[in-house]
Each structure stands twice: as structure tokens, then as C-alpha cells.
Write a protein that binds this ligand. Structure first.
Ligand SMILES: [Zn+2]
Length: 180
């Protein structure tokens, strides 16, 4: 019974999943085998739909956890994930948050992903990493990519901390408030 329910709910979401429709035959397949079959076909359908979309993500051959999530520390993997999902705090990426996209570290160029990983004079590096590399299925040097992003975030926090302290020191009390 539950097997059939699973199939119906799948169909109701609009999947054409190459699955048997005859309920008698489904019963003969057996619960576990049917469950595995549904999971497999739904996975294939999701993958097919994903690869059909016009996105900046490369074509995927299978659904599953990316290698970097298995190999890197959780902290590093989170940073790389944010870079791939484009949720990291870079002005050129979060244009909806910042009117000014000038780099907060060097103040010279647009603060975009390429600037942070390859150009900014405040970030140490010895070689170029192509921006497309971030989205690659097998990122060549994930540690170095994460290190540069991390250096940017750390230096930015330090700089913002300093400027907050400066502002506190430089607070000017209006004359009017002294006389009242
Ligand atoms: Zn810069």
C-alpha cells in the first residue's frame, strides 16, 4: 500500500519517472526493491531537470555530496560552499546590500570574486586561480581558494574593528548639548 502511495505522490509532483504503473506488478516487485527503484528514478529526473537549467553550475553526473565536503574541515568546506553558492560577503556579489562596490581593503578596484582571489594587493598569493575553478566539480586547489577568501574576511574584520575604534575616539560633542 505504501509503495503505491509513494508512486502516486511522486506523480502528483509532475514527475514522469519511467516507473511501472500497474499496481499488481508493483506489489510483485516487493517493497524494498520498489522503494529503491522510485528513489533511483526520482534522482535521475532531478538530475535531468538540473542539467537542463541554464545556470553557472557545471553539468552534474550524479547527485551526492561533493568531494570537498568529505575532504576539508567543516569550517573550510563552509567557506568554499559560500563561495560556490555566492553567499559570501563580497560587495560585488552582494550588490543588493552595497551601493558602493569599491574594495574595502585596498579601496582601489571593484570588490568582486576575481579581485579578492587574484588582484587585491592586501591578499597574499603566488599564482592565479581562475574564477571558474570555484564552480568546478573537482576544485583543483580548494585549500588555497578558501585561504584567500578567509584572509580577505579576516583582514576586513580587523579593518572594520579599527575604524569603529577610531570613530569612538573622534566623536565630537555638539556645542549645543554642552550649553543645555
Ligand atoms: Zn582590494
Amino acid at each position: 500500500m505504501s509503495e503505491v502511495t509513494a508512486k502516486r505522490s511522486t506523480n502528483s509532483r509532475g514527475f514522469k519517472n519511467n516507473l511501472e504503473e500497474d499496481e499488481e506488478k508493483i506489489r510483485k516487485i516487493g517493497k524494498l526493491a520498489w522503494k529503491n527503484l522510485v528513489t533511483k528514478q526520482v534522482g535521475l529526473k532531478i538530475l535531468e531537470e538540473f542539467n537542463k537549467q541554464e545556470t553557472r553550475y557545471p553539468e552534474q553526473s550524479h547527485l551526492g555530496t561533493k568531494d570537498y565536503f568529505k575532504k576539508m574541515s567543516p569550517r573550510k568546506a563552509r567557506i568554499l560552499f559560500a563561495m560556490r553558492a555566492r553567499t559570501m560577503d563580497i560587495r560585488g556579489v552582494r550588490k543588493y546590500m552595497y551601493d558602493d562596490t569599491t574594495c574595502r581593503l585596498c579601496g582601489e578596484h571593484c570588490e568582486d570574486v576575481n579581485h579578492v582571489i587574484n588582484e587585491c594587493s592586501h591578499i597574499t598569493r603566488t599564482f592565479e586561480i581562475k574564477e571558474e575553478e570555484i564552480m568546478s566539480n573537482n576544485v583543483e586547489d580548494p585549500d588555497e581558494l578558501v585561504r584567500r577568501m578567509d584572509e580577505f574576511s579576516t583582514k576586513l574584520k580587523e579593518k572594520e574593528k579599527e575604524s569603529t575604534c577610531d570613530e569612538t575616539v573622534n566623536i565630537q560633542i555638539p556645542v549645543s548639548s554642552l550649553t543645555i
